[in-house]
Design a protein around this ligand. Sequence first.
Ligand code: FAD
Length: 307
Amino acid sequence: TFDVLVVGGGPAGASAAIYAARKGLRTGVVAERFGGQVLETQAIENFISVKETDGQKLAAGLEQHVRDYGVDIMNLQQAKSLTVRDNGLAEIHLAGGGVLKSRSVVISTGARWCEMNVPGEKEYRGHGVAYCPHCDGPLFKGKRVAVVGGGNSGVEAAIDLAGVVGHVTLLVRSKLRADAVLCERLAELPNVEVITGVQIEEVTGDHGKVNGLVYSDRADGEKHRIDVAGVFVQIGLLPNTDWLKGTLALSKNGEIEIDAKGQTSLPGVFAAGDCTTVPFKQIVIAIGEGAKASLAAFDHLIRSPAA
Ligand code: FAD
């Protein structure tokens, strides 16, 4: 039996594990893929105090730091369900068939960006195809970029990027669905063009880098091409919480509802990072949230009967 079982091995999970182990608690991490989204990231320039790093390096650093504390890392294992017994003991059932028991749980299973699923998107991921304006906006300083998506995140990204890049083309499938105040702000910007009623067809590139985007007009089917150095895909972020449906309170977007201490709707079960309702999904935020959830788990354990 663990004192703290962390489910998910991204920045939030690594931080939660280290904070728990430093309290002398029996700590385990079960992760489908240790490192998480960081493994898909090229340049990371906003991990404060480290001016520049890349995803592989940061993931290796997270793993080494966790291993230094003797945490039991169970990699390549998927959690399938969670049950909390009457005696307060939590059970995590694994897809492989095993069951892990713990006196408290920190869930940090992260999220994934919705993809356009068009040719060129995967090929140029990290080489012009981006999902996070806070992370990658400055890489396109002065250049022309496209943003795909007409919801709040698409319009927010267009407004954000307009202040950093040279020109933004916002491509929207039907019409803008963002809050009126955002649409008004967008309309005031001289370097943003909005094209509605489009179907994205392809991301094109040259020498390993994005150089354009092909879309068709949904009204007449005619194809058009725009020259851009970057494509920001803003069509949704899906939390990895399907396995928790019906077990604890999720928001309408499927994010785990947490309070200021990372407490979920189930006693002894905490959550941190991109899988939760925490606003803004970033590495530094996930790391802070992981630490917080683990300290809250410690608070819970010192008030619970000893195992
Ligand atoms: P994740 O990193 O998503 O980790 C989730 C973990 O849970 C993984 O180990 C996963 O395998 C595991 N998991 C999922 N489901 C299960 C399950 N059922 N059972 C067991 N394990 C499970 N942020 C920045 O601050 N700066 C950047 O430059 C930056 N660039 C980015 C670039 C890209 C391409 C992407 C995709 C994201 C980027 N981000 C960046 C965002 C950042 O990576 C995330 O905010 C951060 O990784 C969230 O950490 P997390 O620990 O909450 O979740």
